[in-house]
Design a protein around this ligand. Structure first.
Ligand SMILES: [Zn+2]
Ligand SMILES: [Zn+2]
Length: 82
């Protein structure tokens, strides 16, 4: 594997930020998994479907299921080294 590729892979594997699928940090989520991050919700669009007005809202994510299991990442690295 090219060195550049390996570096890119390592960067992906490190991913130290526990970020939810909604792109917000997991610290923004409560025990029930609800995200409390403030978001801007578009309420009006122009003819190009571009939002022209926003309303303050709350992220409606409820997908937090805990930290992702790391076993797959480790397995991949071991296979790669062998
Ligand atoms: Zn979330
Ligand atoms: Zn969120």
């Amino acid at each position: 594997m090219a060195k550049q590729e390996r570096l890119a892979l390592e960067a992906v594997h490190k991913a130290p930020e526990p970020v939810c699928g909604c792109t917000h940090h997991l610290a923004k989520h409560d025990n029930q998994g609800r995200c409390h991050e403030r978001v801007e919700v578009p309420t009006a669009w122009d003819e190009n479907k571009k939002p022209v007005r926003y309303e303050a809202g709350q992220c409606n994510c409820q997908q937090y299921v805990g930290p992702q299991p790391l076993s797959q990442v480790f397995a991949e690295e071991l296979t790669d080294r062998a």
